[in-house]
Write a protein that binds this ligand. Structure first.
Ligand SMILES: [Zn+2]
Length: 233
């Protein structure tokens, strides 16, 4: 049984919940005032559940290519923008990243997997702003739709969303997809500017913009299951 866990207090949490992260560590989320003793008991009671969650994880990861399980990747392959970045790690007290030449990124102070992930996601945000965002604007112009602000995030379950005032929130993980699949997601979100739902009219719009969207949707589902640990956490 593991007593080690990361405790996150959430103001809006209603109850104590457990999550085993892809690096096999345990995250406990709890409402602000639940005493730590109660949380420890809760975790102890669920030792069996935790162990089987870890077993399932090991089984899934055992079937995955080794490079997907690395918390400190040596390279970032970004097929959506046809680039490969070499990542170098340096020791240091301050957590930061900087470009060392056109295809090399240096990360400092990122020994902990969470810190490495935070920096790598920042790198992806910079890449997305520079390379994917212009493509969104180009698609928007071609298809005569008018998105507002574009924000890049790293959510766990969504590739993108479109708010009622036309702002787009897109996942930095799009960079890790093959280009036609990433483009499909961009077009899908742009189609939501006209149809804020998944109605027949919406899918007709998607099909007009991206005729092979059914294939891309399938590829997207498969890619979702093959995201590397350094980005999913
Ligand atoms: Zn949608």
């Amino acid at each position: 049984m593991s007593k080690d866990f990361q405790l996150r207090r959430h103001r809006r949490a209603r109850r104590v919940t457990l999550r085993v992260k892809p690096d096999a560590s345990l995250v406990v989320t709890a409402p602000p005032r639940v005493p730590e003793r109660v949380i420890r008991d809760f975790v102890a009671d669920r030792a069996g559940w935790i162990e089987s969650a870890r077993e399932r994880l090991r089984a899934v990861q055992g079937r995955r290519p080794e490079h997907l399980n690395a918390t400190h990747p040596g390279r970032l392959e970004l097929p959506a923008i046809d680039r490969v970045l070499v990542i170098r790690y340096e020791q240091g007290d301050r957590l930061r990243w900087r470009a060392r030449g056109p295809e090399t990124i240096e990360l400092t102070g990122a020994e902990h997997p969470d810190d490495a992930r935070a920096l790598l996601v920042d790198v992806l945000k910079a890449m997305a702003r520079g390379s994917l965002e212009p493509r969104v604007r180009e698609f928007a112009e071609t298809h005569d739709v008018h998105p507002g602000r574009i924000t890049w995030r790293n959510p766990n379950t969504r590739w993108g969303s479109c708010s009622s005032n036309g702002n787009l929130s897109l996942s930095v993980r799009l960079l890790l997809l093959e280009r036609p699949v990433a483009d499909y997601v961009l077009l899908h979100e742009l189609a939501h500017l006209e149809h804020p739902n998944h109605s027949k009219a919406f899918w007709a719009k998607v099909e007009a913009m991206c005729p092979d969207y059914r294939l891309r949707e399938r590829e997207l589902k498969a890619a979702s299951r093959a995201m590397p640990v350094w980005v999913t956490g």
